[in-house]
Design a protein around this ligand. Structure first.
Ligand code: GCO
Length: 399
């Protein structure tokens, strides 16, 4: 029987992009807490980031790829440890580098979506306690102000802090991010509060600087499912990891939603998806429709427009990536049809890159990167996703 299909049309002006992060793609980020964390003797990180994808040098090649797919935006992060290598010492060369990246994006018809903090911090900042330090909001605000002076007129959309909830949970809960502290829930909650005030300080600095662009934070979210007796632990997780931040975005211009799957909660708390559930190499349940669910909840709690600033799947089966993105976009389109104000979707990630504690063993990219030569090879999913972006129409095969 011929394959039928239904078309899902997205509005004019919808942001179709892809996302990366400095530490995961640039290479040589030796002055950061992550470099120290991944190279220390007893590290939990499977391998160091090293040269990553050499994007500090190959950023024009990366922009050419994004534009060649037909996307209209590119999210990347600027690296604090390059901008402010020592406390109070700012590198004009580094600021100018990121200005060139913003201008390069614009010259290729790509809206530059700039993240000011994507997990990595300068060593000097980590040495004074990082986001446990009461000085963090002032220090982060000063860094953002300096960036705003240099880049404000060329930024298209600003993400202050990437997944602050993950910074605290992984750093002070699971201990697999710097500073590698385990089960310190009081410190995790305290760090959440400081991260949120750092975000709010950054919003003020960006608002008072040059340029006029939407500002928000990007939050790691998941579709949270409670089975009988799991409601309390689900609600506790939701409060610490999501709602405490969602409430703190009052006055922002958008909420960046980043989700990959759903999490289950039973009478004993967090539990797996149960036998036979399809999963991904990251160990997540295969659940792309989490995108629509989390966008709906973020919009309902914040009242803000939503940008899906990250969503994607780690797989070496590129057809699976196409399947995942298709299902994710259908769930997003359903939410938009129900009136949720969703402004864009940024696929994570442009490149196969350094996946933090997992090293280079995960493959989220639309583009393969040779680990020795750094040669970039677009995958079929890049052409698929670019075709959706160019037409604004997702063709969904129906049975
Ligand atoms: C995150 C980070 C990204 C990850 C991506 C895949 O959400 O953890 O923003 O740096 O690489 O999410 O895990």
């Amino acid at each position: 029987m011929a394959t039928q299909r239904e078309d899902r049309s997205f509005p004019e002006g919808f942001l179709w992009g892809t996302a990366t992060a400095a530490h995961q793609i640039e290479g040589g980020n030796w002055n950061s807490d992550w470099w120290e964390f991944e190279n220390k003797k007893d590290t939990v990180v499977v391998e160091p980031s090293g040269d990553a994808c050499d994007s500090l040098n190959r950023w024009e090649e990366d922009l050419d790829l994004v534009a060649s797919f037909g996307l209209n935006s590119y999210r990347f992060s600027i690296e604090w440890s390059r901008i402010e290598p020592e406390e109070g010492l700012f590198s004009h060369a580094a600021l100018d580098h990121y200005r060139r990246v913003c201008l390069g994006a614009r010259s290729r018809g790509l809206l530059p979506i700039v993240t000011f903090h994507h997990f990595s911090s300068p060593r000097w900042f980590a040495a004074i306690g990082g986001f446990e330090s009461p000085r963090a909001p002032e220090l982060f605000g000063r860094y953002v102000k300096k960036c705003s002076e240099w880049l404000g007129d060329v930024i298209g959309l600003a993400c202050t802090i990437n997944e602050p909830n993950i910074v605290s949970m992984m750093g002070y809960g699971l201990g697999v991010f710097p500073p590698g502290v385990q089960n310190a829930s009081d410190r995790q909650v305290a760090v959440n509060a400081i991260l949120l005030s750092a975000h709010q300080r950054a919003v003020q600095e960006l608002r008072s600087g040059p340029g006029d662009f939407p500002i928000g934070l990007t939050l790691s979210m998941a579709e949270l499912v409670a089975t009988e007796g799991g409601e309390e632990s689900r609600d506790e997780f939701q409060e610490v990891m999501e709602d405490s931040y969602l409430r703190g975005t009052k006055g922002d211009d958008f909420i960046g939603v980043q989700c990959y799957s759903r999490f289950h909660f039973g009478p004993q708390g967090f539990r797996g998806p149960g036998p036979g559930a399809r999963s991904t190499p990251m160990g997540y349940e295969w659940w792309p429709q989490c995108v629509g669910a989390t966008a709906r909840r973020a919009a309902a709690v914040t009242g803000l427009p939503v940008v899906v600033t990250e969503n994607g799947v780690s797989t070496q089966n590129d057809a699976e990536r196409i399947e995942y993105v298709t299902e994710a976009l259908v769930s997003l389109h359903d939410a938009m049809n129900d009136g949720v104000d969703i402004r864009g979707y940024l696929y994570w990630s442009l490149l196969d890159n350094f996946e933090w504690t997992f090293g280079y063993g995960q493959y989220f990219g639309l583009v393969e990167v040779d680990r020795a030569s750094f040669v970039r090879t677009p995958k079929a999913s890049a052409q698929f996703y670019g075709a959706v972006a160019r037409s604004g129409v997702l063709e969904v095969p129906t049975k």
